[in-house]
Ligand binder design. Sequence first.
Ligand SMILES: Cc1cc2nc3c(=O)[nH]c(=O)nc-3n(C[C@H](O)[C@H](O)[C@H](O)COP(=O)(O)OP(=O)(O)OC[C@H]3O[C@@H](n4cnc5c(N)ncnc54)[C@H](O)[C@@H]3O)c2cc1C
Length: 508
Amino acid sequence: MRNAMIDVDVLIVGSGPVGATCARLLVDDGQLNVLMVDAGPLLTQRAGQHVRNLAEQPRLEAQVAAQGPTAFRYSVPSMPERANAAVSGDYRLEHLVRPGTHLPNGERWGDLPAAACSTNVGGMGAHWTCACPPPAEGEAISFIPAAQMQAALAKARELLQVTAAAYPDTPVSQRLRERLGSAFADVTTATRAVQRMPLACSSDNTQRRWSGSDTILGTLAEPSGRPERFEIRHDTACLQLRVKHDRIVGADLLDRASGTRYQVDAKTVIVAADALRTPQLLWASGIRPEALGRYLNDQPQVVHAVRLDADECGISQSGADPTVGVYWVPYDRQHHPFHGQVMQMEACPVALADEAQADVEHIVAMGWFCCKQDIRAQDRVHFSETEKDFLGLPAMTLDYSLTDRDLEQVGKARDLLQRAGKALGTPLGEAPLMLPPGSSLHYQGTTRMGEADDGTSVCDDHGQVWRFHNLYVAGNGVIPTPTACNPTLTSVALAVRTCERILQERRP
Ligand SMILES: Cc1cc2nc3c(=O)[nH]c(=O)nc-3n(C[C@H](O)[C@H](O)[C@H](O)COP(=O)(O)OP(=O)(O)OC[C@H]3O[C@@H](n4cnc5c(N)ncnc54)[C@H](O)[C@@H]3O)c2cc1C
């Protein structure tokens, strides 16, 4: 322990984009002592940087360091290997996880085989693709007033530095967009037409700086920029919250470097430890509302790659084209309840084509995320009474399945991908491929919000856990609706509301 903050106003568990949002807003208010702990290591001196901003060697080292119990380098499987694994269901570890992530228990674990976490300061926000589309009608949370949600989304965009202009809008990219736009004209609307993807990224048109937790933290990401009343404690796992009646009085922390277990007192606690490990910590603390860990919702993901029609698209030079960028085919509740992404390989988190091939040809990746149709209490995480995971928290297992209606959506997504592929050039490989369940990395619902404490939710519309005055949950787990869009912008916006509530409650 470097300095010993042991009595704090706010303890934040988890330093991903959501924990970082809470830290920034609460520290900026100027009054509160805030301690943010993360079970994983500090990857970069500036806390929570996106590893894509690093040079190759430090990036590889940072990715490995983030992989918790499986801290070794994954080889990236080829497209045919992935396709075979998808057909046979016989996945190897490297088919399931991406660099910088690890399976929660470190090994294959059931019905959502690719469900993964990152354990490092900055969380998955150090490894993400940075796509930040806003939720549309149908994805939005009906019991949060629309104007309030729009204001929170605007703040989230500011914190994450979201822009649709990360890549230059060249004639080539306009042509690609036009082609996609024509192909999807029947399912998109004028206000949500095919467009450039909003990305959490700053750019000077030639170089991009991808947003991580450090972007959100601003000066707080630098040790020298932190006031005395704010500390980030890395390699520090929260093992248990200490409960007294209807309040949390503090937490038991583990300094993983020395193996020392110690306590901090806290007036308010926010758990932002991802959608699997937030319910895990509550459960370990004896806080076990009926809905905890249930209503698990993963977005089935179907992918394909396409070789662009260079002549038709007006691409003259050979080799990877940095002007291709990332395009968005938005969700529409009625006509297109999917979220479509077309990405240049540089921005794609899944290896869909041989890297060498992508270097000499104009190949782009396409991914369609489906809305889970049936959100069910039986789709859930279980926590063991006896077994522990690598951090010393209850080991997790899953019950999860796709229903016939979900699989029907997957079939429709395959058709849409064929359509997008034909609009752009020549699809590679036989057919669009559904990635192993869990691959979206967008798990939701396990600490879902609700309108009432009726057994179907864990917290209210500001993330305050039912029956606890000073305990909040934040992150993708609180999203209760079936969504197709990438969830981080929404989760950061919901965390903005959580902070507003905390600051309001603490004011005289
Ligand atoms: C390759 C990849 C691509 C992605 N692409 C996108 C995208 O384009 N758009 C999008 O919206 N989302 C994307 N995501 C998902 C996105 O990164 C997550 O939605 C986001 O990071 C969630 O933020 P969070 O702060 O809630 O959780 P996380 O970022 O997961 O952070 C949780 C933190 O909690 C810590 N923690 C867990 N348990 C404990 C404990 N007991 N004690 C202390 N600390 C603990 C972990 O170490 C971790 O650092 C992607 C993720 C990956 C990996």
